[in-house]
Design a protein around this ligand. Structure first.
Ligand code: PEP
Ligand code: MN
Length: 338
């Protein structure tokens, strides 16, 4: 349910509305605009409907959100976009944020040297998997806790905040100790117990679209996280399965403008997993920015032929420098910055 206040509503009236909401056992999310304040009311729709909210002084309108997703709906913020912070990096304020790093953390030298290269080139967030969701149980599964420690050490060296994938609720505590943002991978997009658990975390979450998930499925999964109280959520388009086999996945850039219209949450695109072919990652990164993404996530490796995962799609550091320069030009062309 969305409450819009009158343009002349006083601070006291707004506070009174908020007090009533809490008294009724409901929760409120406040977005302050220049003229009006929009209050999103959280609770079961039935119990909200029974309350005489429209009778509270200062209230102009009370509107139900008719979509199946409520808290992630763009209306919930009165049409405004949300900003999400990873460490000291803000996503969603018009500047394109580039997250980069290897698929997997492999050893100290590898993560440290890649992090320094991508930072110099313009990346703002370091990625690296410590727990890897591999198709084969015999493939490299990640360094686990040791990988998280190496990421945290590299953050100390470079100042880059760290995003890493969480695969299991039992890892949340250590993730909160070492990481700045939790990634939910495509394979876990509908792991509802994991979504609820990260919904109770203080860390921001980047939710990747499942490879067979619709845009609506993605939004409903994000709703799980917000419904537990964590509004710091980024959505990531990373390609879906189609009949096409030339590329690893089909990067669904349709999702970008659709998500930007449907939700207030920032949208990230991962062209690396989206196409899976090194030679074409840059083109899809440029297309993502042109389509309106708030950021991109790109895998980089200093020695892709020796990479323990996803070597065939990782850019070399020099190629990443080129990507950043070209992304900057496209960003400027579409009224964004880098
Ligand atoms: C990854 O980011 O390395 C990854 C495993 O991504 P996805 O979950 O999109 O496959
Ligand atoms: Mn990968």
């Amino acid at each position: 349910m969305i409450i819009v206040t009158k343009t002349d509503a006083t601070e006291e009236q707004i506070q009174h509305i908020l007090d009533r909401i809490v008294e009724w056992g409901l929760k409120a999310e406040v977005s302050r605009g220049a003229l009006r304040t929009v209050i999103g009311v959280i609770g079961s729709e039935d119990s909200i409907r029974e309350k005489p909210i429209a009778a509270i002084p200062g209230v102009e309108s009370v509107t139900p959100v008719l979509k199946p997703y409520k808290l992630v709906a763009r209306e919930f913020r009165g049409g405004n976009a949300s900003k999400v912070k990873i460490g000291n990096v803000t996503i969603g304020d018009g500047e394109i944020v580039i997250m980069s790093g290897p698929c997997s953390v492999e050893n100290k030298d590898q993560i440290s040297s890649i992090a320094k290269e991508i930072k110099k080139a313009g990346a703002k967030v370091l990625r690296g998997g410590a727990y890897k969701p591999r198709t084969s149980p015999y493939a490299f599964q990640g360094l686990g806790t040791e990988g998280l420690r190496l990421l945290a050490e590299t953050r100390e060296e470079t100042g880059l905040p760290v995003i890493t994938e969480i695969m299991d609720t039992k890892h949340l505590e250590e993730m909160e100790k070492y990481a700045d943002c939790l990634q939910i991978g495509a394979r876990n997009m509908q792991n509802f117990s994991l979504l609820k658990e990260v919904g109770r975390s203080k860390l921001p979450v980047m939710l990747k679209r499942g490879m067979s998930a619709t845009i609506k499925d993605l939004l409903m999964s994000a709703e799980y996280i917000l419904s537990e109280g964590n509004f710091n959520v980024l959505l990531c388009e990373r390609g879906i399965r189609t009949f096409e086999t030339y590329t690893r996945n089909t990067l669904d850039l349709n999702a970008v403008p659709v998500l930007k219209a449907e939700t207030h949450l920032p949208v990230i695109v991962d062209p690396t997993h989206g196409i899976g072919l090194r030679d074409h990652v840059v083109s899809m990164a440029l297309a993502a920015v042109a389509a309106g993404a708030d950021g991109i996530m790109v895998e980089v490796h200093n020695s892709p032929e020796l990479a323990k995962s996803d070597g065939e799609q990782a850019l070399l550091p020099g190629e990443f420098v080129d990507l950043v320069a070209r992304v900057r030009k496209v960003a400027e062309a579409v009224g964004r910055s880098l």
